[in-house]
Design a protein around this ligand. Structure first.
Ligand code: KG4
Ligand code: ZN
Length: 344
C-alpha cells in the first residue's frame, strides 16, 4: 500500500509517501515562515496563495518515476479554511484522476501519531500530548482511532503563548524556537512567573502567563523611564525572561502530562506538535518520565512541526482499518475547528 499525504492546514505545504508497515518513503516540505515573518504571524490570504503556488510541485516530487499511489490522505482540519481547501481540492482532483480513495485527516490526530514514524515499537494505549501553535490537548489514546480527550487549553495554546511572548520581546516569528534558544543563556528562576495548574482539571491556561510577562515588561520599562516599544532590552534580561517564561510553560505541561499518564495507568507518553520540538520540554519530560517509570516518545525535530509524513501515516492507519470515505461518496468537508473524533 502506498499512501500520499497532503498537509496544508497552516503555513507549511508538505507532501509525503508512506508505504507498507507505515514506513516513510519520502517527504517534500515548503515552509512559508519567511513570507509571514514581516507580519509576526501567519496571514491567512498569503498562506493559501502560497499553498496554491507550491502544491503541484510537491505532488510531482512524490510521483516521480511513475510512482503508483493506492490512496490519498489529506488534512481537513483544524486549520485555516483557505489553506485547508487547497489541500482538499488537490487531494480530490488527484483521487478522481488516479481513481483512488481519499481520506480526510484530523491534523491533531496526525500530531498524535507523529512519534510512530520513527518509533516502530510504540503502540496504543498511551497518553498523547498535543502542543502546537493552535492547540494544547491531553488525549488518552486507547487504540488507533479510539480517544478520550481529557483536557485542552481554555485560552491560548502553548505555541501561541511562545509566539505572543516573543512578539512582546520584539523577537521574530515563530517565537518558539527563538525563545528556546535564548532561554539556554538565561536563569529559569530569575522571575517567578505564575503557573496555572488548574487543580481538578486536565485543562490548561496560558494567557495569564502571557499577561504576567507583559506586566513584567511594562514594569521594567516604566521603572527605567522607557516605553515598552523601546525594546530590545539587554540580552541577559531577555534571556532571563525567556528562561523563566519557558520554565513556567514546561512545568505545567510536564506535571499534567505525567499525572494524567499515572492516573490512567499508562506506561507511555507520546508528544506531538510544534512545541514538542522544545529542547527544555524534551529533557524535562524524559527526566520526569524516567523518575515515574514512564517511557516518553517524541518525533524527531522535522516531524514535530507540521509535516506531510504524519498525515500520510495517519491515513495509512485509517486505510488499514477500513475507515475512509469510499470513492465517489460525498465530497470531503474541511472544518477549521474539527474536533478529535473516534473512527467508528
Ligand atoms: O504544530 P505546528 O508546526 O503548527 C500548528 O499546528 O500550529 O506548531 C507551531 C508552533 C509555533 O507556535 C511555534 O512557535 C512552536 O510550534 N514551536 C516551538 C518550537 N518550535 C516550534 N515552541 C517552543 N520551542 C520550540 N523549539
Ligand atoms: Zn500542527
Amino acid at each position: 500500500m502506498m499512501i500520499l499525504g497532503i498537509e496544508t492546514s497552516c503555513d507549511e505545504t508538505s507532501c509525503a509517501l508512506i508505504k507498507e508497515g507505515g514506513r516513510l518513503v519520502r517527504q517534500a516540505l515548503f515552509s512559508q515562515t519567511e513570507l509571514h515573518q514581516t507580519f509576526k504571524g501567519v496571514v491567512p490570504e498569503i498562506a493559501s496563495r502560497s499553498h496554491l503556488e507550491k502544491i503541484n510541485e510537491l505532488v510531482e516530487q512524490m510521483i516521480q518515476g511513475n510512482q503508483k499511489i493506492d490512496g490519498i490522505a489529506v488534512t481537513i482540519g483544524p486549520g485555516l479554511v483557505g489553506s485547508l481547501l487547497i489541500g482538499k481540492m488537490t487531494a480530490e482532483a488527484l483521487g478522481w484522476v488516479w481513481d483512488v480513495p481519499v481520506v480526510g485527516i484530523n491534523h491533531l490526530e496526525a500530531h498524535l501519531y507523529s512519534s510512530f514514524l520513527e518509533h516502530k515499537e510504540l503502540k496504543p494505549p498511551f497518553m498523547g500530548a498535543i502542543v502546537s501553535g493552535g492547540h494544547t490537548h491531553l488525549v488518552l489514546v486507547e487504540d488507533f482511532g479510539k480517544y478520550k480527550v481529557l483536557g485542552r487549553t481554555r485560552d491560548d495554546s502553548a505555541g501561541e503563548a511562545y509566539d505572543k511572548v516573543a512578539k512582546l520581546l520584539g523577537l521574530d516569528y515563530p517565537g518558539g524556537p527563538i525563545i528556546d534558544r535564548l532561554a539556554k543563556k538565561g536563569d529559569p528562576t530569575a522571575i517567578p512567573f505564575p503557573r496555572a495548574h488548574l487543580p481538578g482539571s486536565w485543562d490548561f491556561s496560558f494567557s495569564g502567563l502571557k499577561t504576567a510577562v507583559l506586566y513584567f515588561l511594562q514594569n521594567l520599562t516604566n521603572k527605567g523611564g522607557l516605553k515598552i516599544e523601546s525594546l530590545p532590552l539587554p540580552l541577559k534580561t531577555v534571556a532571563d525572561i525567556c528562561a523563566s517564561f519557558q520554565s513556567a510553560v514546561v512545568d505545567v505541561l510536564v506535571r499534567k502530562t505525567i499525572s494524567a499518564a499515572k492516573k490512567f495507568g499508562l506506561k507511555k507518553i507520546a508528544v506531538g506538535g510544534g512545541v514538542s520540538a522544545n529542547s527544555f520540554l524534551r529533557s524535562e519530560l524524559i527526566k520526569k518520565g524516567k523518575e515515574n517509570k514512564l517511557k516518553v516518545y517524541f518525533p524527531s525535530l522535522p516531524y514535530s512541526t507540521d509535516n506531510g509524513a504524519m498525515v500520510a501515516l495517519t491515513g495509512y492507519y485509517k486505510f488499514k482499518k477500513g475507515f475512509y470515505d469510499a470513492k465517489n461518496q460525498e465530497p470531503l468537508e474541511v472544518n477549521p475547528s474539527l474536533p478529535i473524533k473516534n473512527w467508528n
